[in-house]
Design a protein around this ligand. Structure first.
Ligand code: EPZ
Length: 416
């Protein structure tokens, strides 16, 4: 099992280019299933989730190729409609393929996506919405068998602005008969990216980015070329890394408006942040704790940035209260941070961080994707050497972190 070895205490300085958004590329790869013809997707991150999504498309019968940050997909010969259990388990967000497979084949067979390291990942909102669109769903032996004689538009009110459910409804109604309205839709930028991808194919979707999305079914969808938006969570992670090491850097290929809630708490913490068109500069020489951080649906503070920002607050002066409202088990990185000398107490979904002068290097394990990002930040700021195990979690969403951070002066190597 490979590990990352990091010698902390080196300020990160220089220029880094941010990868494309993992949480955009996954629904967009699913959306290629509804196109008649080839799709070319640019700014695609070279991360393991991308390769898992490509594997799912290949299993369904698509032809796929990835060269550099470009992905080429041709779903002309797709006839299968079953997503194998192994792939569903490998990436919980594979559920996002359900809506697109239904549009393509009017039937789907997939295993219940397992829970994940963040706690149970229910899909009740997805299934209730699909049933409203005319899908008949039976659950047997851990499998979901879905069939729809026809997909018919419907009015759907989500009790929670679920990102995945919003995307699945868009993908299942894009060629349904009539109009579908999603009320209380998720507003994440990745939803807007999916709308733009589908509309470029000839779909008729309006309102992504707001709480109400209207989809009018169309007859057919053609091939498309699309550039994926930058990854706002990777951006947030690396800004925290620069700040935690008291460095200064210029991040390129970013979309500042996608992370305004993160930038405002970073400024509150004492970071000097400048925003340009597609760049953000960050410099930091002292860190003040931010009193309260509560994770919320977009445009609130993103749950995915909670762990990375917590690492930063571990070395700020003062105390920070974190309230994790989105997932019930998203504090698993805390035990690993405590091994590095972090002072954190938790009670349910609340964690109180008391900043310390320095963390100390230790041997730790990544517990999940963003928890792994948090350990990267803590290790870069710590005194001495840290060894991070279970880095397959980090590789799911961060492309070649040792290369990206090494170019900023970090002493970091991957050992097999
Ligand atoms: C997406 O997950 C992201 N993943 C997550 O990023 C992100 O943390 C999450 O949205 C919230 O922003 C992708 O886009 C691939 P949700 P998703 O449905 O769609 C509950 C990362 O690190 N819920 O908005 O699964 C659910 O349990 C990942 O990049 C139901 O109760 O998130 C959770 O508590 C981690 N029933 C809350 O809603 C449902 O049917 C938010 O879930 C669906 C969700």
């Amino acid at each position: 099992m490979s590990k990352l070895l990091i010698e902390g205490g080196h300020p990160l300085c220089g220029v880094l280019k941010i990868q494309g958004a993992k949480n955009s590329i996954l629904p967009i790869m699913a959306a290629t299933l509804v196109a008649q013809g080839e799709c070319v997707i640019e700014n695609c991150p070279d991360i393991s989730d991308t390769h898992t999504a490509l594997e799912i498309l290949k299993t369904l019968g698509a032809q796929v190729k990835m060269f550099g940050d470009k992905v080429w997909v041709d779903c002309t010969n797709v006839i299968d409609y079953e997503i194998p259990d192994a792939l569903m388990r490998k990436m919980r967000s594979s559920i996002i393929f359900l809506g697109a497979v239904l549009t393509r084949r009017k039937k789907a067979l997939l295993s219940f996506p397992g829970g994940c390291e963040l706690g149970p990942r229910p899909i009740d909102l997805h299934l209730a919405a699909l049933e409203k669109l005319g899908v008949h769903i039976s659950e047997e032996h851990g499998y979901l068998r879905c069939e729809a004689a026809r997909l018919k538009g419907a009015e759907i009110h989500l009790s929670f602005p679920s990102v995945g459910a919003t995307e699945n409804i868009m993908l299942a109604s894009v060629q349904a008969e009539g109009r579908t309205v999603i009320e209380n839709a998720a507003r994440e930028p990745e939803i807007e990216d999916l709308q733009n991808f589908l509309n470029a194919m000839g779909a008729d979707i309006r309102g992504a980015g707001s709480s109400t999305i209207v989809i009018r079914g169309v007859e057919s969808l053609h091939s498309v070329q699309h550039r994926v938006i930058p990854d706002r969570i990777v951006t947030a992670t690396y800004i925290c890394a620069v700040a935690a090491t008291r460095g200064n850097a210029l991040l390129k290929n970013v979309e500042p408006k996608h992370l305004s809630s993160v930038l405002s708490v970073l400024r509150e913490a004492g970071c000097e942040i400048q925003e340009f068109d597609d760049m953000i500069s960050v410099a930091c020489d002292r860190l003040q704790a931010v009193r309260l951080v509560r994770t919320m649906p977009y445009p609130g503070f993103p749950t995915d940035a909670q762990a990375p920002f917590m690492s930063l607050m571990c070395v700020a002066s003062g105390s920070t209260v974190f309230v994790e409202t989105m997932f019930e088990n998203r504090f698993k990185h805390i035990a690993e941070l405590q091994r590095m000398g972090a002072k954190i107490t938790t009670e349910g979904r609340v964690a109180v961080v008391e900043g310390v002068r320095r963390l100390s290097g230790a041997s730790v394990d990544a517990t999940d994707l963003r928890g792994g990002g948090a350990l990267l930040i803590a290790a870069l700021a710590a005194e001495g050497e840290t060894q991070i195990g279970r880095i397959e979690h980090i590789d799911r969403g961060y492309a070649a972190p040792e290369q990206v951070l090494g170019e900023l002066g970090a002493k970091i190597v991957r050992i097999e």
